[in-house]
Design a protein around this ligand. Structure first.
Ligand SMILES: *[C@@H]1O[C@H](CO)[C@@H](O)[C@H](O)[C@H]1NC(C)=O
Ligand SMILES: *[C@@H]1O[C@H](CO)[C@@H](O)[C@H](O)[C@H]1NC(C)=O
Ligand SMILES: *[C@@H]1O[C@H](CO)[C@@H](O)[C@H](O)[C@H]1NC(C)=O
Ligand SMILES: *[C@@H]1O[C@H](CO)[C@@H](O)[C@H](O)[C@H]1NC(C)=O
Ligand SMILES: *[C@@H]1O[C@H](CO)[C@@H](O)[C@H](O)[C@H]1NC(C)=O
Length: 953
């Protein structure tokens, strides 16, 4: 029983990756002794109650009674949001020197004076203001203005030339578990899973200031985070707002949890609660502990709140009696129980509740609890269905909660299967504040600003999107008068960016926390000066997908990247693209075709800044193999231990994941048998993402693409308990194939592993190996050459030319360390993820990018001449492949042309896998975009996938 319970546990986060059983087993220890401790605790608390209520007054200590009476005042006090002017920031460290940041283009986070509230909501009055200086001292923003003279400033003032770059307030991530689990999740203090109701535990007790993730998260401009307990429990415990400056190099005098608190003088408190599947899955057991269902969860909430309410009432009664009759006349001490202190404080309005809740039943039940017990929930987190029920949210007690969201991380569990990329926009239009969060390590908090950028891309106005990671979370945390804006008197948490923070690939050039610069020698990427992102309200316009008969004309074409053609047109040229029967038939003026089309019913689509590009390909994702990550029913299922399975036999079409990938230009996918994303084993299949089923014409364009094996940490299983044994097995299988006799397999043997390996050693089938560690990659480079020697030695006896193995590595977090060796071995690499963040031990040496590291893996691989592609870890990310190529492009410092960047998610994959184009395919597969692809504001307006043409109008 114990074991089953344990295997039902989620990973550190919110159980989004329930298949990672290995992670779960580590948590066994946490369960031991729970029962013993609980019984002991019950006994103790009963004793306390007896002690409190039964002693006659005359033997009570008068000093204790007076001390208790003094507590009454604090019970009644509701902490106020800190505001008003300060001489200095209490967090300021005296060794921090004053700094004058010169010539910045600032985003204050507020609309210009005299903008009406109504107008400001629509984004009026917000702008980037060029030529501003910002003077910071005593941990505060002291002065903002043009050309501030050094004369009036302290003589130790340092200067920083922003060179016209964008300057914003530090990013605030109001949902992070940073520091609660260690690199690669070797240790984990995210969830206190001894029982479902633990409002009395505190995240700060598990916070490890030495976790390296604080550094790379901060390198994404994040200065403040709400560190929440996990979402395993209905009531998870108290949360803490911290600043991400730790130790001397960050300008702090000590390495300490306490020293990280963002507003130690404020008295503000926060707490995490969670609804839905997680507590059910973890605690639900028939006939035993609960909650087993949402019914049970609602009871858990209400029962806990009831006890807290009784506790509060007993205290209030005591305090009222002590006030009225004098403490010396009270019959007991003030009832005080640590167990109910924090939840009592919730009911006293002293704690800001943040609740993980996805679905309507969860959200609505929680809204009922707030009304029954009169407490306020400040934000619903994950909150994917909030956009459907703004009126329900408005019924919450004490004020409408905000929605803390991901921009497009969805469909990973049933609760997230009803979700919308437009959620932020819809909520905002309905008067509900969207904020964007990482749930680090679910998403890397370093890139939480990218969530805001994508929210903007899906129609949330620019100012509201940027507010969603700055002022809006700051306000929800109670710190809206101190952080989240560039305003005199605010904490000096400031970021200077190398490009518009909502543009693709934006990175800070420097970050200040409480006035202290955080990077001693920041790497600043050389980027061509780019325009600021221009508010494009048309991004919010819903478009309808229409199937055409294959004919369509697009007007307003500015760029063509097609085949070998690369053409640019000026707007005055009025260039068009004419598609006939699915094929590009004319690009340019096309006078004759336009005239011919006048009298036909050919749809004509007017574009602004139209682009034509080849479509994208998703390689190595679980597209078509997994629809909802957390639901095994929606997976093809795990590959078998012995032998080989073919993905083509388990492919499912028609899911939301495929549809969204398609809509973002991913018309083709190559997926392998899998039970999670990149860890696949078997034969991959090439298919069209828009097909209804496998028998539809052209749906499967190649039924066997490559043979896949896993050599990441997931390779360790019962059969190959170590990486070395997994390599040994692969080596012996390859050698068997090399030394096999020349009789070609027949019958069922055609589908045997040996038969595929024989194709591999003949160079006829690529071998795709999932691997992150530079050490394992080194071993594979050796293996490749030894197998090739074996092939060569056999070949000399048989007179055919020796072949080279065609090897593709997928993963590649540490590949930069052996980039030159990979290039020399003629091995290709698909980076998945593009930007690793030490999610597993074998990824810990991954590069996280500027300003912390000089480039990332892709830059090193490109410099070495490796053929590179980009893949993803989780299925939902396939829709972002274009944006990922955009990040590589924006940050490549000239290593990549635009066309080459497109090839990272297209042509390069085809090349490394030896997947040939079909005859005539070239002109039939295309994307038409409005706006520059790979940038945040682009959208697909037409797709030709070789089988048909669809347009968005
Ligand atoms: C501010 O920076 C921009 C961009 O580098 C530059 O053109 C401008 O001259 C600078 N202004 C001042 C006052 O230094
Ligand atoms: C950090 O260490 C240096 C050198 O020991 C010292 O000068 C400086 O004051 C320290 N900074 C803080 C914030 O303690
Ligand atoms: C349209 O293209 C399809 C697919 O290539 C082809 O079979 C068909 O004959 C074409 N129709 C016309 C009218 O050209
Ligand atoms: C060749 O190998 C196959 C499979 O291992 C075996 O069945 C067959 O007998 C072998 N043929 C010869 C001529 O050795
Ligand atoms: C970054 O690396 C490149 C080589 O890839 C080198 O040319 C450049 O000088 C490095 N920059 C810094 C700031 O170290």
């Amino acid at each position: 029983m114990e074991k089953e319970t344990i295997d039902a546990l989620p990973t550190y986060n919110d159980a989004t990756r329930p298949w990672r059983l290995k992670d779960r087993r580590r948590r066994r220890k946490a369960f031991r002794l729970f029962a013993v401790a609980f019984v002991a605790y019950l006994g103790w608390s009963t004793f306390q109650l007896v002690k409190n209520t039964q002693k006659p007054a005359n033997i009570l200590s008068i000093e204790q009674l007076q001390a208790d009476h003094a507590v009454c005042a604090s019970l009644r006090a509701v902490p106020q949001e800190p505001s008003g002017s300060r001489e200095r920031n209490q967090r300021w460290v005296s060794t921090t020197k004053p700094t004058l940041i010169r010539n910045a283009t600032i985003w204050t986070g507020e609309a210009a004076a005299r903008t009406s509230e109504e107008e400001a909501r629509r984004g009026k009055g917000y702008s980037w203001i060029a030529g501003q200086d910002v003077f910071i001292d005593n941990g505060l923003i002291k002065t903002i203005g043009e050309k501030i003279s050094l004369d009036g400033l302290p003589k130790e003032t340092q200067t920083y030339d922003a060179n016209g770059r964008q300057l914003t307030a530090g990013i605030v991530d109001m949902h992070s578990h940073a520091g609660l689990s260690s690199v690669a999740n070797l240790q984990d203090d995210v969830n206190e899973m001894s029982k479902d109701i633990t409002p009395f535990v505190k995240s700060i007790d598990g916070l490890d200031p030495l976790q390296p993730e604080f550094e790379f998260i901060k390198s994404g401009g994040v200065t403040t985070s709400l560190i929440l307990p996990g979402s395993a429990n209905n009531m998870g415990g108290e949360a803490f707002v911290v600043k991400l400056a730790v130790g001397n190099h960050s300008g702090r005098a000590e390495i300490s949890q306490q020293d990280m608190l963002a507003a130690p003088d404020s008295g503000l408190r926060w707490m995490k609660m969670a609804c839905g599947e997680n507590p059910k899955r973890i605690y639900g057991k028939v006939g035993e502990r609960g909650p087993f269902s949402r019914l049970g969860e609602a009871w858990e909430f209400r029962h806990a709140l009831e006890q807290a309410r009784d506790y509060v009432q007993s205290q209030d009664a005591w305090c009222a009696a002590a006030d009225k009759h004098g403490v010396e006349n009270t019959q007991s001490y003030l009832p005080q129980q640590l167990q109910w202190e924090s939840l009592g404080a919730v009911l006293r309005g002293q704690v800001r509740i943040n609740t993980h809740c996805y679905t309507i039943p969860d959200l609505e039940a929680f809204v009922r609890h707030t009304n029954e017990f009169k407490f306020r929930v400040f934000a619903f987190h994950h909150a994917h269905q909030t956009f459907l029920i703004p009126e329900v949210l408005k019924r919450a007690w004490g004020g409408t909660p905000a929605a803390a969201l991901f921009a497009d991380n969805m469909y990973y569990k049933v609760e997230a299967y009803t979700a919308s990329e437009q959620a932020g926009k819809i909520l905002y239009e309905n008067g509900i504040t969207p904020t964007y969060v990482s749930d680090n390590p679910v998403l890397n908090s370093q890139h939480v600003v990218f969530e805001a950028a994508k929210a903007y891309r899906y129609g949330l106005p620019y100012h509201a999107a940027l507010a969603g990671v700055t002022s809006a979370p700051a306000e929800l945390l109670g710190l809206g008068n101190r952080v989240g804006k560039i305003k005199e008197g605010f904490d000096a948490d400031v970021v200077v960016w190398d490009s518009d923070p909502l543009s693709v690939g934006a990175a800070p050039t420097q970050v200040w926390i409480d006035g202290a610069p955080q990077f001693e020698d920041p790497v600043i990427l050389k980027k061509p000066a780019k325009k600021l992102v221009e508010q494009d309200l048309s991004l919010g316009k819903e478009m309808e997908k229409k199937k055409t008969n294959g004919d369509v004309i697009f007007k307003g074409i500015s760029h063509v990247y097609f085949g070998r053609a690369e053409e640019t047109f000026h707007a005055s040229e009025q260039a068009v693209v004419v598609i006939k029967n699915g094929t590009l038939s004319c690009i340019g003026i096309c006078k004759y075709e336009l005239e011919a089309a006048q009298d036909s019913k050919t749809p004509i689509i007017e574009l602004e800044d139209g682009y034509i590009t080849p479509p994208f390909t998703a390689f190595g994702s679980a597209l078509g193999m997994i629809e909802i990550d957390a639901e095994v029913e929606t997976h093809d299922g795990p590959a078998i231990k012995d032998g080989v399975t073919r993905a083509v036999d388990g492919l499912h079409f028609g899911g939301k994941q495929l549809y969204h990938a398609y809509e973002h230009g991913v018309t083709k996918a190559i997926s392998a048998p899998t039970d999670s994303s990149i860890d696949a084993r078997g034969i991959s299949v090439g298919f069209k993402t828009n097909a209804k089923h496998a028998l539809e014409g052209g749906a499967i364009w190649q039924d066997e693409v490559a043979l896949h094996y896993i050599l990441t940490l997931s390779a360790k299983d019962d059969k190959t308990p170590s990486i070395s044994s997994a390599i040994a097995l692969l080596r012996s299988k390859l050698l068997d194939a090399v030394y096999a006799n020349d009789t070609a397999p027949t019958g069922k043997d055609v589908y045997s592993e040996q038969s595929y390996l024989r194709k591999v050693v003949k160079g006829a089938l690529p071998l795709v190996l999932s691997v992150h560690s530079a050490d394992t990659i080194s071993t594979l480079i050796h293996l490749k050459s030894s197998i090739e020697s074996a092939i060569a030695s056999r070949t000399t006896t048989t007179t055919t030319t020796p072949t080279n193995l065609r090897i593709v590595l997928i993963g590649g977090a540490e590949s930069h360390l052996v980039a030159r060796e990979i290039a020399a071995a003629n091995i290709a690499v698909v980076l998945a993820p593009l930007l690793p963040h030490a999610q597993s031990w074998d990824q810990r040496r991954g590069l996280t990018g500027a300003p912390l590291t000089n480039g990332t893996a892709i830059d090193a691989l490109l410099d070495a001449g490796v053929l590179v592609g980009i893949g993803v870890e989780e299925v939902w990310e396939t829709r972002d492949l274009g944006l990922l190529a955009g990040i590589a492009f924006a940050n490549a410092e000239g290593r990549l042309g635009f066309r080459q960047a497109l090839d990272l998610v297209g042509g390069n994959l085809r090349k490394m896998l030896g997947v040939e184009r079909e005859e005539g395919e070239e002109g039939r597969e295309w994307l038409v975009w409005e706006g520059a692809p790979l940038e945040i504001g682009a959208r697909v307006r037409g797709v030709g996938d070789g089988r048909g043409v669809e347009i968005w109008e």
